[in-house]
Design a binder for this molecule. Structure first.
Ligand code: FAD
Ligand code: UDP
Length: 395
């Protein structure tokens, strides 16, 4: 094998490292992926019946406030002016999300001003006033009061995580804004949009460099092929973006993940729900949300006879399932520390990305973290001979 660097995994983390190493350092990079396509979980393709772009591993909305990441990704694609909004169904009624003044007034059948609404929520959250909640249940009640928590968060979170919200970290919900205005943008970030020609066109541009060779359908742990752990580690530097527990043969135990089953359907209507995402917040509906991908690209001339929808069902991942969201229980965190120690002593292998660090990373975070790994580890190694050791900023 004729490579200066091997990258395991062609998601945004792996491709960012590969692109930088090839373009800025002129290195020969071999990228492998066990799937039949590049792009990791951001991969999308056009549905055969309708031509509608479908995000194969769940809806992916790009948003960031990181100017460096925004400038970097704009080299490979332009973005539409799509702004993400989500609605939620509770007891047969549709409400705007995330929770904002519109949600509060509709829920309480009222006409509260921002300060009246604040006072009301403070009263309703009074049981936890002045505390610093560490779990999702208490954090949720403190943020929006018990009635709204029970309507919009409790059951949705129960369906999504199958874990008592008292056992989940508060951080899961802190990322959802609560607003005392009618602004129902889902994200607060400075930059937002969807890749104009789709995710796959963007991802292919990143890999399109004469020094980058991509090998699909190639598992790093399949020792019968040349770019395998046994054949490469110790001979060529590696950036590994697969699951960290798998790399070490699960010797510290399995890290727990949630996966999603997508139930996809083509319907003989032009428009099923009038928007891209509708959450189902009650316990009696088994799925968490319905995605209708045509609404991600209102600017496209999609046919109007049919539409695609995807219902999402969440469950614990078993071996063989796609690991999507790290659950991050206390037991997981203890195992992760042990894996990090192992990773530090694995010379010339860097662990990165969502699976390699067991961290929920949005796309812009995966790209930002890959750029940091390039600056702080890869470049100093190839230009100044520094050792390639995991640890520090990338964890
Ligand atoms: P991945 O994309 O997972 O790529 C890892 C790659 O490694 C995969 O292609 C895998 O096949 C490969 N691999 C693993 N093991 C091996 C092996 N043994 N040999 C060879 N290859 C291997 N982010 C947003 O910014 N906005 C969103 O709206 C959003 N929605 C999401 C929805 C869902 C359901 C999920 C799961 C994630 C979402 N994300 C979103 C996060 C986004 O998917 C990640 O930020 C991004 O995929 C991270 O890239 P990565 O390269 O770290 O990992
Ligand atoms: N959440 C909720 N009700 C909602 C939307 C979100 O309870 O209507 C909670 C839930 O616990 C979820 C978390 O907030 O896991 C983060 O929501 P987000 O929409 O960011 O989840 P993702 O799109 O990553 O699945």
């Amino acid at each position: 094998m004729d490579a200066d660097l091997v990258v395991v995994g062609s998601g945004f983390f792996g491709l960012t490292v590969a692109e930088r190493a090839a373009k800025e350092l002129g290195l020969k990079v071999t990228v492998i992926d066990r799937r039949h396509h590049i792009g990791g979980n951001a991969y999308s393709e056009d549905d055969a019946q309708t031509g509608i772009e479908v995000h194969r591993y769940g809806a992916h909305l790009f948003h960031t406030s990181n100017k460096r990441v925004w400038d970097y990704v704009n080299q490979f694609t332009t973005f539409t002016n799509y702004v993400h909004r989500v609605y939620g169904v509770h007891k047969g009624e549709v409400f705007p999300l995330p929770i904002n003044l519109g949600t509060i007034n509709q829920f309480f059948r009222a006409n509260y001003s921002p300060s009246e609404a604040r006072t009301l929520i403070e009263e309703q959250a009074g049981e936890l006033a002045g505390t610093d909640p560490q779990n999702l249940n208490d954090k949720g009640i403190q943020l929006i009061g018990r009635p709204l928590y029970e309507a919009f968060i409790k059951h949705y979170t129960g369906k999504q995580w199958q874990t008592d919200p008292k056992d989940l970290p508060a951080g899961i919900i802190s990322r959802l804004p609560v607003r005392y205005t009618y602004d129902n943008r889902y994200f607060n970030d400075t930059y937002e949009g969807l890749p104009t020609n789709g995710y796959t066109a963007w991802i292919e541009r990143m890999a399109d460099h004469p020094n980058i060779s991509v090998q699909l359908n190639t598992d790093f742990f399949d020792e019968s092929q040349p770019v395998s752990k046994g054949n490469v580690v110790g001979n060529v530097p590696v950036v590994y973006t697969g699951p960290v527990d798998r790399y070490f043969e699960y010797k510290e135990g399995d890290l727990s993940w949630r996966t999603i089953d997508f139930e996809e359907e083509v319907l003989e209507v032009g428009d099923f729900q009038g928007t891209s995402v509708v959450n189902y917040n009650d316990a009696d509906v088994p799925f968490t949300r319905i995605i209708e991908p045509r609404h991600f690209h209102p600017e496209r001339n999609y046919q109007t006879e049919k539409t695609v929808i995807m219902r999402e069902f969440s469950r614990f991942a078993e071996k063989g399932d796609e690991p999507y969201y790290p659950i991050n229980t206390e037991a997981d965190r203890a195992k992760l520390l042990a894996y990090r120690d192992l990773a530090k002593s694995e010379n010339s292998v860097l662990f990165g990305g969502r699976l390699g660090t067991y961290k929920y990373l949005d796309m812009h975070m995966a790209i930002g973290s890959a750029l940091s790994m390039f600056d702080n580890k890869i470049k100093p190694h190839f230009e100044g001979g520094e050792a390639l050791v995991s640890g520090g900023v990338d964890e």
